[in-house]
Ligand binder design. Structure first.
Ligand SMILES: C[S@@+](CC[C@H](N)C(=O)[O-])C[C@H]1O[C@@H](n2cnc3c(N)ncnc32)[C@H](O)[C@@H]1O
Length: 301
């Protein structure tokens, strides 16, 4: 009997894998508008952000669901949302869709057992910009959160059409997206503006989060409604404010190389704005907020 068990082999995605490229020291998905990294640090940020959103929203969804039997999460990221919803609705089949599977190898790094998934959860690879790999009317609830930087502005009608197509009559589609900073200082606001410019260069409008209910209506959904929350950014917002600021600064680090690489701003100027945002967030007299919009609508026929 060996004293030590052999450590599990950790299968990491090779950097020579053509789906990825390394830029600014972070692994990214290749050939897509989506600008954020796809690596372990980003999985951790998405999980952190998930807990922040769940706290702020006081739950994982807003639509008036009644015992859904099939649920789809488009752009599921770390799958944290889908895994929790699979526990909330144990008799529902919950499918997480993303371009690449959540890295089981990364979960192995975090500890034994984290790669286990509930039996009613499964992952499907897919690209929402190329259509969903599901039959018409497959799901009671279709959820999509924070894909605003992944979808070029002119592709939104097609994306909503796909979400509606796979929803059953009587089912719901829910979109959750952030807005743009309000009442922030020059650091927070200035930093965010560089991300708006960076996204624009990729055909993405990072300012349209407030229009998601209109998009659902345009896609034929009934009873479409929009709910807005204002996340305080920084010390003035207590625990949630500090979490929101931490998340925002993590995004700032993740997008730094892209903003500089696109000549939107020099490294020195970006770092100056970043440091300014840090001090604004630390100031309890700060007032910055980030609106967050949750919209849902029902497919009637
Ligand atoms: C900001 S993360 C949000 C993840 C998750 N929805 C959440 O709220 O935690 C965006 C996710 O969308 C995925 N994504 C980007 N472009 C996509 C596409 N064209 N089709 C499917 N997923 C995409 C990314 O891989 C990433 O996991």
């Amino acid at each position: 009997m060996p004293l030590f068990r052999r450590r599990p082999r950790i299968v990491t995605d090779s950097v020579s894998d053509r789906r990825f490229f390394v830029f600014g020291g972070r692994r990214h998905l290749a050939a897509l508008p989506y600008p954020l990294p796809k690596d372990l640090a980003e999985i951790n940020r998405l999980d952190f952000q998930h807990y922040l959103l769940r706290t702020g929203l006081r739950g994982n969804y807003a639509a008036p669901l009644q015992n859904p039997t099939s649920i789809l999460d488009v752009g599921c990221g770390s799958s944290r949302w889908a895994l929790e919803v699979a526990s909330i609705f144990p008799s529902a089949n919950v499918v997480g869709l993303d371009l690449v599977p959540p890295a089981v190898s990364d979960a192995q790094l975090l500890g034994n057992g984290l790669e286990r998934r509930p039996d009613n959860y499964s992952f499907t690879a897919g690209n929402i910009l190329e259509g969903l790999p599901f039959a018409d009317r497959s799901f009671d609830f279709v959820h999509q959160r924070l894909l605003i930087t992944a979808i070029p502005k002119e592709r939104w009608p097609y994306v909503v059409q796909e979400l509606v197509r796979v929803t059953r009559p009587g089912g719901w589609v829910e979109l959750a997206e952030c807005g743009v900073p309000e009442d922030g200082g020059p650091g927070y606001t200035g930093l965010w503006n560089t991300w708006i410019q960076f996204c624009a260069k990729r055909g993405v409008d990072f300012t349209i989060g407030h229009t998601t209910a209109d998009m659902l209506r345009a896609g034929g959904m009934s009873h479409a409604s929009r709910h807005m929350l204002r996340f305080p950014m920084g010390a003035h917002g207590g625990h949630v404010g500090r979490m929101s600021a931490t998340d925002c600064l993590a995004v700032g680090s993740a997008l730094r190389a892209g903003v500089i690489g696109q000549n939107i701003m020099s490294a020195e100027e970006y770092d100056r704005l970043y440091a300014l945002a840090q001090s604004e967030f630390a100031d309890p007299r700060g007032k910055g907020v980030l609106p967050f919009y949750v919209s849902y609508g029902q497919r009637l026929a």
